[in-house]
Design a protein around this ligand. Structure first.
Ligand code: PEP
Length: 252
């Protein structure tokens, strides 16, 4: 059996200017080089758009991959303020976060728009990190699985390319300091695994399913030890190099 492969991704959200990002990455790189990481662990960071260029340059010879936090659902044209998949590829971006709960709620992104973004990302060689997750109200109403199933089914409708990462991020756990219990997280990850194998067959069992929502150094090890949790999408804790590395070191 192949050893478990992990992916740990930092989502910086709207934090760090280009100069702050460069300084941060310059501290992160040597820590990663000497960080005593296991085989099969991949790391990625998702800075704001304005820092992608300078961070891409710094990451050129490192093992850390670069991700973006969003992209436009259109190829190019009159979309003032938007960033296209081709623009991201040109900056050596590999991953793109799509459908983060902050985009779904604050910017009213629909399942249909998220589906378009997944398609355009894959068509340009970017790996989507598709975020799904229920609100507290939906969980308390017993609808958590139904919500996650709807988000995944609509976002991945007619998608056949398994190069896609899913991040299960219960909305009530994001930035709140409230982490899902390992049982809640593992149960939802197993449910998602079932949906992926239904759609992608054997490839579905190798797709990454990350947990996101107040993952920290003190809870990462037990979450990452769960059979269907293959990594983490880290918000707050990814802004501190020591914490981000500490979480990554829990992946073994
Ligand atoms: C996120 O926004 O993707 C996230 C998981 O944030 P935090 O780790 O801060 O809860």
């Amino acid at each position: 059996m192949m050893d478990k492969q992990y992916l740990i991704v930092g989502n910086w959200k709207m934090n760090k200017t280009p100069s702050q990002s460069s300084a941060f990455v310059q501290t992160l790189i040597p820590e990663v080089e000497t960080g005593n990481f296991v085989e099969g662990l991949s790391l990625a960071i998702c800075p704001p758009f304005t820092a992608l260029d300078c961070v891409a340059e710094l990451l050129k010879d490192s093992k850390i991959a670069l991700g973006a936090q969003n992209l436009c659902a259109a190829v190019e044209g009159a979309f003032t303020g938007e960033i296209s998949a081709a623009m991201l590829r040109d900056l050596r971006v590999s991953y793109v976060i799509i459908g983060h709960s902050e985009r779904r709620t604050i910017f009213q992104e629909s399942d249909a728009l998220i589906h378009q973004k997944v398609k355009i990302a894959q068509a340009h060689g970017l790996t989507p990190i598709l975020c799904v997750g229920e609100t507290l109200e939906e969980r308390e109403a017993g609808r958590a699985q139904a919500v996650v199933q709807r988000q995944i089914t609509l976002a991945l409708e007619s998608i056949t390319d398994p190069r896609c990462v899913i991040a299960y991020e219960p909305v009530w756990a994001i930035g709140t300091g409230k982490t899902a219990t390992v049982d809640i997280a593992q149960a939802m990850h197993a449910f998602i695994r079932g949906l992926l194998t239904e759609q992608f067959g054997k490839d579905g069992s190798d797709m990454h399913i990350l947990y996101g929502g107040s993952m920290k150094v003190n809870n990462a090890a037990e979450l990452l030890a769960q059979p269907d949790i293959t990594g983490g999408l880290i918000g707050g804790a990814s802004l501190i190099a020591e914490d981000f590395i500490g979480i990554a070191q829990c992946a073994r």
